[in-house]
Design a protein around this ligand. Structure first.
Ligand SMILES: Nc1ncnc2c1ncn2[C@@H]1O[C@H](COP(=O)(O)OP(=O)(O)OP(=O)(O)O)[C@@H](O)[C@H]1O
Ligand SMILES: [Mg+2]
Length: 341
């Protein structure tokens, strides 16, 4: 086993009856890595997690962990922890008992058990809440109990399936930091499912973007944010102006358009609103919408290329609805897409 493949999914195919949900998926995860699984609803994130945990039989392919083939190993023998969105704490048990539950099942008792549970509670900042019942905790605190309950089992891999989606914005941010801290402190390998690209960018060592049961792109947050490989990923991470290229020209709703500057060779080009030059350039647009976002102002332009979104510093003079503006899509700033779907 190399360091690069502490957890390996090899040609993994997963199905519900005859319906294939994940096909031929290959993924290598390093020990101690924090991986975010990102993708639209139904793309196979939970299905993949269930297979890693041993909760879903594998149709074909392999799950390998720490050098061993886990494909047919039952869930309770895999040393894989799982925290779901609905974290299902035992309501009649105290926080302490919830965290102790799995350790007791393993036969742990006495001082050893107490030390482990106390350390678990401390790691998520809940030492003083040990005697409360789950119903007496906030959503974020309940989520931390769920995290402690999994962490005390010292899993080789911890899977988190949208663990923060029940929390309000402030708590999400707090828990996000907490997760990152616990992960760095313990060095546990983590796979984290989220719908939220900002969350994935903020947390992950690497992001896996899934689409339709397959991996579309794997990369660092910088890769995914700045160098999406496909129109799908570009769209997912906020490039709003995305066009296919044909013979070096942009294919737009207004026909084939020649770009200023040398046309790169790619299947498509994408610009974030901020990459659009406003005020000069070969193209013309009419302001159809404008919104103020604090530091910046966004414009929706009607153009011969179709709708274009541009974002400029709010300190610049504002343009009124209906104003005619020149603009440019600089080829040199565009993300080069090798795949257009
Ligand atoms: N128990 C099931 N029986 C049949 N099909 C299922 C079952 N669970 C999931 N599927 C299907 O498998 C595909 C992948 O589902 P999965 O739950 O893995 O998606 P997901 O990426 O986790 O989506 P979400 O973001 O909505 O949670 C979907 O098409 C879904 O309808
Ligand atoms: Mg899911």
């Amino acid at each position: 086993m190399s360091d690069a493949s502490y957890l390996s999914l090899e040609k993994l195919t997963l199905a519900y009856g005859d319906t294939v949900a994940v096909a031929d998926l290959d993924l290598d995860i390093r020990k101690g890595e924090l991986i975010a699984l990102l993708g639209p609803s139904g793309c196979g994130k939970t299905t993949t997690m269930r297979a890693i945990a041993g909760l879903l039989p594998v149709k074909s392919g392999q799950v390998r962990l720490d050098g061993a083939d886990m494909t047919r190993v039952p869930a309770n023998k895999r040393a894989v922890g799982l925290v779901f969105q609905s974290y299902a704490l035992f309501p009649h048990l105290s926080v302490y008992e919830n965290v102790a539950f799995g350790l007791k099942l393993k036969g742990m008792r006495g001082a050893e058990l107490d030390t482990k549970v106390q350390a678990g509670l401390k790691s998520v900042g809940l030492s003083s809440f040990a005697n409360r019942k789950p119903a007496e905790l906030s959503g974020g605190q309940q989520q931390r109990v769920a995290l402690a309950r999994s962490m005390v089992m010292e899993p080789k891999v911890l899977l988190l399936d949208e663990p923060l989606s029940n929390l309000d914005a402030r708590l999400r941010l707090e828990m996000r930091t907490e997760l990152q801290r616990v992960q760095k402190e313990t060095g546990v390998t983590m796979i984290f499912v989220t719908h939220d690209q900002a969350e994935a960018l903020a947390l992950a060592d690497r992001i896996v973007v899934m689409k339709g049961g397959a991996i579309e792109q794997i990369g660092t947050p910088e890769d995914i944010y700045n160098r999406p490989v496909s129109s799908f990923v570009a769209d997912f991470v906020g490039f709003e102006n995305i066009f296919p290229l044909e013979g070096g020209k942009l294919r737009t709703s207004g026909g084939l358009i020649e770009l200023s500057g040398e046309a790169p060779s790619a299947a498509g080009l994408a610009w974030r609103p901020r990459m659009v030059t406003l005020g000069t350039g070969p193209f013309r647009g009419t302001v159809r919408g404008t919104s103020f976002a604090g530091d910046s102002r966004e414009y929706l332009l009607d153009t011969s290329l179709g709708a274009i979104k541009a974002e400029v510093e709010a300190a610049l003079p504002a343009h009124a609805l209906g104003a005619d503006l020149l603009f440019d899509l600089p080829a040199g700033k565009a993300a080069l897409l090798s795949k257009f779907s």
